[in-house]
Design a protein around this ligand. Structure first.
Ligand code: NAD
Ligand code: TYD
Length: 328
């Protein structure tokens, strides 16, 4: 298969591209705007074609989609805190970008996979969200992702286009930009920087290793029924404080580095996905959180070449704005 993978230079997209090229022998064209989170280095070991451009740019999309058999869309602004501070790019990429891509795929009769998130369902205190749960997004990030999902579904209802939506839970693993909880805490712990826990640290996330999510998307691409949504959740959940404490153990950092900071506005308490539907397609998560977290800490320890340019660049300014203190 020849795949157009949008946002393939980011964290999950690059892990997906590696699986498709090495594991399935697919040909891949990556279309990526290379925002702060997109990096060619993420794909330095993978054979692929690359088009630099935004999904909301119809010209760039037309160049990249040439000869593709299917489209998988990862392209997004992905950090909730940034969506609270500056929502503009979230609206442009998730609404306009998804629209432009859908149009290009529809014109050519291509199958289309939208990569989405459990955050579209909002927060759940007990139990798990199924694909039929109501959509109650709470942040500008999740609200605009929800808009993208609804547009995708409308293209199947209205035009009979072959679309599928894959909603993942919180991913972790190699190549994740350190604004997110796990890589932020690992790198801060390794550098002796404070570990900023929002609120009481008892918010719960359902963790999935990026290799499992990428494989789930591959399953949905191959076997998902047109017009359907598939939840792809991880095998384990944990409160944030427990995750931070485990990272302290794995890195040998000082537990005194934990600092309780002001809570995120509108912070969702718990996410949880029921994933029976994608399991029925033959997918199963392979990596338990305890083992995956240990491997992830080892990856960040061994790959300073990857994070050093980030930690010494524009990320420092973001960190200072977001946390009101400089990185050490
Ligand atoms: P990421 O921030 O690491 O990567 C996003 C990629 O998209 C980057 O390469 C960036 O340059 C590119 N991009 C951004 N705007 C673009 C645009 N307008 N046009 C073209 N490219 C653009 O994000 P990620 O964590 O890899 O997330 C990928 C997808 O998975 C997103 O759609 C996200 O909503 C979804 N998702 C993420 C998680 C998670 O825990 N990280 C969980 C579930 C779903
Ligand atoms: P994050 O990685 O931003 O993912 P999401 O908000 O999409 O779930 O955050 C995961 C959890 O960790 C979330 O409950 C917020 C919390 N968190 C902190 O406590 N401190 C931090 O510095 C960050 C980035 C997140």
């Amino acid at each position: 298969m020849r795949l157009l993978v949008c946002g393939g230079a980011g964290f999950i997209g690059s892990n997906f591209v590696r699986q498709r090229v090495s594991g399935h022998g697919d040909e891949v064209v990556v279309l990526d705007k290379l925002t702060y989170a997109g990096r060619r280095e993420n794909l330095r070991d993978v054979e692929h074609e690359f088009v630099h451009g935004a999904i909301e740019d119809a010209g760039a999309v037309a160049r990249a989609i040439e000869g593709a058999d299917a489209v998988v869309n990862f392209a997004a602004e992905t950090h909730v805190d940034r969506s609270i501070a500056e929502p503009d790019a979230f609206v442009m990429t998730h609404a306009m970008g998804t629209f432009v891509l859908l149009e290009a795929a529809r014109e050519r009769g291509l199958r289309y996979v939208q990569v989405s998130t459990d955050e579209v369902y909002g927060s759940i205190e007990e139990g798990s969200f199924t694909e039929d749960s109501p959509l109650r997004p709470s942040s500008p990030y999740s609200a605009t992702k929800t808009g993208g999902d609804l547009l995708v579904q409308s293209y199947t209802h209205t035009y009979g286009m072959e679309t599928v939506i894959c909603r993942g839970s919180n991913n972790y693993g190699p190549n994740q930009y350190p604004e997110k909880l796990i890589p932020l805490m690992i790198l801060n712990a390794l550098h002796g920087d404070r570990l900023p826990v929002y609120g009481d640290g008892q918010q719960v996330r359902n963790w999935i290793h990026v290799s499992d999510f990428a494989a789930g998307i591959g399953h949905v691409l191959a076997h998902g029924k047109a017009g359907e949504v598939y939840n792809v959740g991880g095998p384990d959940e944990a409160p944030n404080l427990e995750v931070v404490e485990r990272i302290i153990e794995l890195t040998g950092a000082d537990p005194g580095l934990i600092e309780y900071v002001e809570d995120r506005p509108g912070h969702d308490r718990r996410y949880s996905l029921a994933s029976e539907k994608v399991r029925a397609l033959g997918w199963e998560a392979q990596v338990r959180f305890a083992e995956g977290l240990e491997q992830t800490v080892a990856w960040y320890r061994e790959n300073a070449w990857w994070w050093e340019p980030i930690r010494s660049g524009a990320y420092r300014e973001y960190y200072e704005r977001q946390y009101g203190r400089a990185l050490g």
